[in-house]
Design a protein around this ligand. Structure first.
Ligand SMILES: [Zn+2]
Length: 376
């Protein structure tokens, strides 16, 4: 599953007010794997000391208890070294059970609330922004996606070039005819790669693209790209598309971190422009919260170190960092949130907006801001 559909599927798990247990498990070493059960039990014991937990209804307690049993059973029987970490989302009451294998290290964590706790996953997705590598030459093409620490080959093709009959002694017209056939075949091949790339980009929304291949092929292919795709190209490599995936990734690994920094800078620059020139941006908790409620947000930007408790209204979605016991909009009782950035993220995902956790200093836009679909 691509990262976007993964997030959408997790976010769409609605519990109708039932509690959802979210566990992140670090399994990156054999020792961590052996300790996983103890860690879950310890985290659970610690949760049970909290006031929140002591105030739960009997039926809620039973549901959480069952979630923990299920997670422990899974740890005992099903985990293996092939996962670097696992995300488990469970709600016995709401019949929810999802296990997701992640390719990067995650901190151990157990959260019990009325929705899946997505912040660690979203943050990891921001740290490991997905991008595509397109390897292309006249005869071959491959599209590889890098996401959540994994590299996956999404598509590949072979272009069978017309036989080079020139060697058999054809001259003049025949040679030119043959040459034209080769050119047509290569051009069809590039167009097919482009159409695949467009489809995959629509689905997976790559943050950037890296092109690799024989120099001329890369140049020719780049000329065909749409303006949007062309704007996503960060780098070009002279590389043999037949090389093993590991070798390709190895050559590109240095630039990954650089791209991420540049990518964030570009996003913040866009934020600055939209805010000052076209008024298609808001900053601060209050305005961002309003824009989310109005469905205006295109991209929600959260500072990576923004970690604050808060309150939210399960009826109308109102969120605040201030201690308000009743919702100012609908007067319903507010629910306590352990991490208001997770609630902002949920609210953004609800309206189909992107969520970006930013590692760079967000300056005036720290800790929360949003790019809007249209001006205020
Ligand atoms: Zn409300």
């Amino acid at each position: 599953m691509d990262s976007l559909s993964l997030i959408q599927s997790l976010q769409s798990l609605k519990s109708n007010g039932h509690l959802i247990t979210t566990a992140y498990l670090d399994l990156s070493t054999p020792q961590k794997m052996r300790n996983a059960e103890t860690i879950i039990n310890n985290l659970y014991r610690y949760k049970k000391e909290k006031t929140f937990f002591k105030n739960l209804l009997e039926i809620e307690l039973q549901s959480v208890e069952k979630d923990i049993e299920g997670i422990v059973k899974y740890i005992r029987n099903q985990i293996s070294m092939k996962h670097r970490s696992l995300l488990i989302v469970s709600s016995s009451e709401a019949y929810i059970w999802q296990v997701i294998s992640l390719g990067m290290e995650m901190e151990n964590m157990l959260v019990i609330q009325d929705r899946a706790y997505l912040r660690p996953l979203l943050q990891a997705m921001s740290e490991q922004r997905n991008y595509a590598i397109v390897l292309v030459d006249q005869g071959k093409a491959k599209i590889i996606e890098k996401r959540l620490g994994h590299a996956v080959e999404l598509w590949s093709t072979m272009n069978l070039l017309p036989e080079n009959r020139n060697e058999a002694g054809y001259r003049g017209n025949e040679e030119r005819k043959n040459q034209r056939k080769v050119e047509e075949s290569v051009s069809r091949h590039y167009k097919m790669v482009l159409s695949q790339l467009l489809d995959l980009h629509k689905k997976n929304r790559f943050n950037w693209l890296i092109l690799g291949g024989i120099k001329e092929a890369v140049a020719e292919f780049r000329n065909l790209l749409t303006a949007e795709l062309s704007g996503l190209v960060f780098d070009e490599y002279q590389i043999d598309p037949n090389d093993a995936l590991d070798k390709v990734l190895d050559r590109m690994s240095d630039s990954e971190e650089t791209h991420r920094i540049i990518w964030e800078k570009q996003l913040l620059r866009r934020m600055e422009d939209e805010f000052h020139k076209s008024h298609k941006a808001v900053l601060g908790m209050k305005h961002t919260e309003e824009a989310l409620t109005n469905g205006q947000v295109e991209t929600l930007l959260l500072s990576e170190n923004f970690h604050r408790k808060g309150w939210y209204c399960t009826w109308c979605g109102y969120m605040t960092m201030d201690d308000e016991s009743n919702c100012p909009n609908c007067q319903h009782e507010m629910t306590r949130s352990v991490d208001i950035s997770d609630d902002l993220a949920h609210s953004a995902l609800d309206i189909g907006a992107r969520v970006e956790y930013i590692a760079a200093n967000m300056g005036d836009f720290s800790p929360v801001a949003a790019l809007l679909r249209y001006s205020k």
